[in-house]
Design a protein around this ligand. Structure first.
Ligand code: NAD
Length: 453
């Protein structure tokens, strides 16, 4: 690991990555490589958890390619020195900010969108001029192996290299001195990463998870809201960091909601064969999810095929905040439905818990929307929609508090991997005596007068 990092640091110090054209060239090379190997990449992810080519494109590579195109188009603009006004104390001078790459970066990916969550941060790292070591999640072993094979065959390891492995390999990597660590995963492992980074005072971006609520208000458009909520919840079989984890609904709407949600699920015809449903990643997660289902609260679904690793889309009702399913992030196709009598009560319950990665508000009432947006803190979210905010690269994507620190996508990604170096450039044709000794009462009076204090 040390040799690899030393190689990358030596390469970084040649300043090649400081040239925006070099970065564009590397990003284009990545796109060509991924496009040329789409079939193999599709097969690998299907072997891991039966994700269809349709969803592999829409949820993984579509976003990766858009990210590459955007970075290639805009990274010269993002890298420009930015002039800012100079304060009068420094007259005559100019002031500007230089975005500079941090150096050797480490990207650690999660398993649930193995391509997107590996390559989207890598694109940001390269666009900003860093070298990269990528450690994809080991759980989808076929995708991890193929990512390593393709990247390590086509990129110089001094610039971009993939290290495969699980906890021991990641631990060994984390002992090294990086200039930036970008981690996607659970809050618990996020803590491990943060602690390791602290040893070297390495800046981190932590893209974590949590229990993201969806809230319907009395006036919500039920038909449209349920369609979007159900899609967002059961996409990737619920194994999405920003999936609506649980639903809060006014008591008066519960019967209507439950009947309509059931109908929507049936109409979507979720199945591996239809390409819109995938396996649970492994047996451990099957057992974990099984333990979250209270059989007495299954309103719809609940069937588990352990051999095929499939859990039916499941609605749990009536659920309370005390139930087991409400004690951890679900990360699977279970939708607990909780009722509330007043919106303030719902807000108060959400606020008793850690700040979520996302929140989805279904309402037509702008005063209720504003109330919820003002009172709740969350990483990002959507009004009358679920998870689609992730697709707008102009919206920085990230958590807050326990759901993460820092953000990326689009220019936010470039910023995550950059240092903004502030420079004051002074002219030599004038110098006042005010700041120099010998000090005097008169000088101080002048300083105060100029400072208007
Ligand atoms: P995880 O934390 O178990 O693993 C993430 C990465 O950390 C993997 O590469 C793994 O090899 C490594 N790792 C695991 N244990 C480690 C340890 N003890 N020391 C060092 N490295 C270790 O997360 P996961 O199961 O892959 O993903 C699920 C979690 O990730 C959920 O909480 C989900 O919400 C979150 N997530 C967040 C985002 C986001 O963008 N915010 C995206 C996807 C997933």
């Amino acid at each position: 690991m040390k040799t690899l990092i030393d190689k990358q640091r030596t390469f970084f110090n040649t300043n090649r990555t400081k040239d925006p054209n070099f970065r564009i060239e590397q990003l284009k090379r990545l796109k060509v490589l991924l496009l040329a190997n789409q079939e193999r990449l599709n097969k690998a992810i299907y072997a891991d958890f039966k994700k269809s080519p349709f969803e592999t494109f829409t949820n993984e590579f579509g976003l990766v390619f858009l990210g590459i195109d955007e970075a290639c188009k805009k990274l010269k603009k993002w890298s420009k020195h930015k002039r800012v006004r100079t304060n009068w104390i420094n007259f005559p001078a100019k002031s500007y900010i230089i975005p500079e790459p941090l150096g050797v970066s480490l990207v650690i990916g999660a398993w649930n969108y193995p391509y997107q969550l590996s390559f989207a941060p890598v694109i940001a790292a390269i666009a900003a001029g860093n070298t990269v070591i990528l450690k994809p999640s080991e759980l989808p072993s076929n995708t991890s192996r193929l990512i390593a094979e393709l990247i390590n065959q086509h990129f110089d390891e001094a610039f971009f290299h993939v290290v495969e492995g699980g906890i021991p390999e990641t631990t060994a990597l984390l002992e090294q001195h990086f200039d930036k660590i970008f981690f996607t995963g659970s809050p618990n492992v996020g803590r491990v990463v943060y602690q390791a980074a602290a040893k070297h005072l390495t800046p981190v971006t932590l893209e974590l998870g949590g229990k993201s609520p969806a809230i319907f208000t009395e006036d919500a458009d039920l038909k449209m809201g349920i369609k979007r909520l159900v899609w967002a919840k059961f996409l990737n079989s619920g194994q999405t960091c920003i999936a609506p984890d649980y639903l809060l609904i006014p008591r008066s709407l519960k019967d209507q909601f439950l009947a309509m949600a059931k109908k929507e699920i049936l109409q979507a015809r979720y199945s591996v064969e239809n390409g819109n449903y995938i396996q649970i990643i492994n047996d451990r997660n099957i057992q974990r999810l099984k333990g979250l289902i209270d059989p007495e609260k299954v309103y719809f679904g609940g069937d588990i095929n352990e051999v095929e690793r499939i859990i039916e889309p499941t609605i749990l009702y009536p659920v309370t905040f005390q139930d087991t399913v409400m004690q951890e992030e679900i990360f699977g196709p279970l939708l607990p439905v909780l009722t509330y009598d007043s919106l303030d009560e719902a807000i108060s319950e959400i606020k008793k818990r850690e700040k979520p990665l996302s929140c989805y508000i279904f309402t037509k009432d702008s005063s209720l929307k504003n109330k919820l947006l003002t009172e709740l803190s969350f990483g990002g979210g959507a009004i009358n929609e679920g998870i689609m905010h992730i697709s707008n690269s102009r919206l920085p994507f990230g958590g807050v508090g326990q759901s993460g620190t820092g953000s990326y996508h689009g220019e936010a990604g470039f910023r995550a991997f950059s240092h903004y170096k502030s420079v004051l450039e002074k002219a030599n044709w004038l110098e006042t005596k005010l700041k120099y000794s010998p000090y005097s009462e008169r000088k101080l009076k002048w300083i105060k007068r100029l400072m208007r204090i």
